[in-house]
Every structure is written in C-alpha cells, then in structure tokens.
Design a protein around this ligand. Structure first.
Ligand code: SAM
Ligand code: SF4
Length: 358
C-alpha cells in the first residue's frame, strides 16, 4: 500500500516536471517565433521605406532638362544717363538690390554652375559711381573665383581710378559704340550732352591696355548706321571680339504699349544686316547676332534677380532666384542652350587664357 502511494507520488512529480519543461520549451518557442516574426516585419518595412525613399529621390532628382547657368547677364540696374532710341532694357524701375543680397544671388548661381558673369544695365557704372559694380566684380573674381567676369557699358562714367582699384578682377570690358560719326551718335541718343562718345571710347581702350583688361566692342546696326564702313576704326581699336547686333524690338521695352522707347524707326531687314556683315567681312573678330540668334540665347537676370524670357518678343519674368532658387527660376528663362552654343556663346573668356600682348 505504502509502495503504491510512493509510486503515485513520484509519478505525479515526474508529470509535473515534464509539464513545466514543456511549458518552458513552449515559452521559448513562442519567444523565438515572436522574434522571427518581428524581424521579418522589420526587414519588410525597411525594404518598403527604401523603395519609398528611392521613389522620393527619383521624384526629387532633376529631369534631363536641367539648365546650367553657365553664362549669365545680370542687368542689376535699369537707370541710364544715355537715351539710345532703340534701347531694349529701359528705366522701368530704379530698384537696385542691396549688395549683400546681390552677392547671395551670385553665390547661388555659382553653386548651380555659373562660369561667366556679365554685368549690364542700364548703365552699370551709375550706382555709387562704379563702386557697387566694382565690389561685385571683385567678389565674383576673388571670392567666387569665376573663370570670367565681364561688363558691358556705354563707357561715359568710367574713370581711371576704377581701373586702378578693380581692373585686376575684370576679364573683359565691352563698350558699346554704334557709329564713328559724332552726329550719328547724337541722332541715335548714344551720348550725354555734347560729350564725344568716340574720344571717350579711345581713352578707355588705352586704359584696358594699361590695366590688362581685355577690350571688346558692341555695335547695334540700325537705320542710322546701316551704310557706315567701320573697318578702319575697328582695326585701330583691335577688340578681342566685335559683337554686331541687328537692332531688336522687345514689346514693353522699345515697342508696343507701356514702352519707354519706340524703336520701330531703327529696325533693319535681314538683307540690310547681311550687307553690313559682308562689308565688314575682313574683320576676323566680328561676331554677328541676328534677331533670331539673340532672342533666346541669353540668360538674362533683371534687377530683382528674375530670369527674363524673351521668346514671345517681350521680357516675361520668372520668380527671383533669391525666393525659389536657381533651378526653379531658370525653368522660366526660355533659354535655348543649343542656340547659345550656335551663336558662339562659349569662347575663351578668361583673360589669362587669351594670351594678349599688354
Ligand atoms: C542694354 S545695354 C546696357 C549696357 C550699357 N548701357 C550699354 O549700352 O552698353 C546692353 C547692350 O545691349 C545693346 N542693345 C540695346 N538695345 C538694343 C537693341 N534694341 N537691339 C540690339 N542690341 C541692343 C546695347 O548696345 C549694349 O551693347
Ligand atoms: S543702350 Fe543706351 S540707353 Fe540703353 S542702357 Fe545702354 S546706354 Fe543706356
């Protein structure tokens, strides 16, 4: 009887033991299953988020039509002391960006691929008697280290002290001159009072030589100068480049309603333009720019740092690069990179690479 009771007791302990071992195993198994499950879910989720982030990246990655602002014309002022009757960038505002903001915009352009900046206007030497321009020229060459810094000016406000202070930072200075006849310049409005535009041009040519700045010339061919032969003067001045523009009409600037100029009387035909080019074919540095070439082959930035789209024959502004960044603004620039290259927009534009005799 005692033996039977002891046997039953041992059996019960044994069963209890087996049951608790089973419980422990079951709990371990449950834990392992839970861990595997959790891990699988996590790796699935990680995969999901990778796909998601790649999708986001793809959406954010610029499409193929990204435009690089390699060469930009910054018209930072519209004010001018001349009254050229055909002018297509007129004094519609007197706004000039504070210099620190202008520098911020220039830095954004540099980060987006800017290589050449050309300062234009209006007359760029007007604000702060050229010191505003000088500081931007210095900033672009010394701090941003742009390969090419250039200016286009009517030349009337330039003093030798400017060359002394800022000449070393400037690659190219382009002066506009449409005629070597004083009366024609007066008739066009390319003058201030009775001052000689031509004498001033030759003086600046000399300073460019003295202060090692490459000298360039721009001429607008129009009904007032169409019959002129400029060969002798251009040969004497010996510019690195002579840009010859066919006079262009821009609605809202020099044509149509709300424009400050009426340039219709300056307009010439394609044949007349070709005749002028033919007459000057001996000049190797001549770079012709017909209306077709000009319209969409420039990246133009206005006084608010907005790109101007000229494709519709007027200047439609984008938002400012300071507000939306370069890539968003540049989509509204109407810029045609192929035409830019076709018109020879990319050339040797660093003065050190031009191997000039100073
Ligand atoms: C708007 S100006 C500003 C810089 C400076 N005031 C000057 O005249 O050189 C820039 C260039 O555009 C040229 N230009 C002005 N009006 C034009 C027009 N209707 N067609 C073609 N070129 C023009 C000027 O002769 C100059 O070379
Ligand atoms: S083209 Fe004549 S009027 Fe126009 S900004 Fe130049 S100098 Fe001034």
């Amino acid at each position: 009887m005692l033996l039977t009771t002891q046997f039953a007791f041992v059996k019960m302990r044994l069963m209890l033991c087996i049951s608790s071992i089973h419980g422990i195993f079951a709990s371990i198994l449950k834990k392992v299953c839970f861990w595997v499950d959790k891990h699988e879910q996590e790796s699935f989720r990680t995969g999901e988020s990778l796909i998601e982030s790649e999708k986001n990246h793809a959406e954010k990655t610029p499409k193929e039509d990204v435009t690089t602002p390699t060469s930009v014309n910054y018209h930072f002022t519209r004010k001018c002391n001349y009254k050229c009757g055909f002018c297509f960038h007129t004094a519609k505002t007197s706004f000039v960006m504070p210099i620190e903001e202008a520098k911020r915009g220039l830095q954004l352009l540099k980060e987006a691929g800017l290589e050449k900046i050309n300062f234009s206007g209006g007359e760029p030497f007007l604000p702060e008697r050229g010191d505003f321009l000088g500081e931007m020229v210095r900033y672009c060459k010394e701090e941003l280290q742009l390969p090419s810094v250039s200016i286009v000016s009517n030349g009337s406000m330039i003093k030798e002290r400017w060359f002394k202070k800022y000449g070393e930072y400037l690659d190219i200075l382009a002066i506009s001159c449409d005629s070597f006849d004083e009366a024609t310049n007066q008739a066009i409005g390319r003058t201030q009072g009775q001052k000689s535009h031509i004498d001033n041009l030759y003086k600046i040519r000399g300073w460019c030589q003295d202060y090692k700045v490459a000298f360039k010339l721009n001429s607008v061919i129009n009904t007032f100068n169409i019959d002129e032969d400029m060969t002798e003067n251009i040969t004497q001045l010996n510019p690195v480049r002579w840009k010859v523009f066919q006079c262009l009409l821009i609605d809202g600037e020099n044509a149509g309603e709300n424009s400050l100029r009426e340039a219709e009387r300056f307009v010439i035909s394609e044949e007349q333009f070709q005749d002028f080019l033919e007459r000057h074919s001996s000049i190797s540095c001549l770079v012709p720019e017909s209306n077709e070439k000009m319209r969409d082959s420039y990246l133009i930035l206005d006084e608010y740092m907005r790109f101007l789209d000229c494709r519709e024959g007027r200047k439609d502004p984008s938002k400012s690069i300071l507000d939306v960044g370069v890539q968003e603004a540049i989509q509204f620039s109407g810029f045609d990179e192929k035409m830019f290259l076709k018109r020879g927009g990319k050339y040797v534009w660093t003065k050190a690479d031009m191997h000039l005799e100073w």
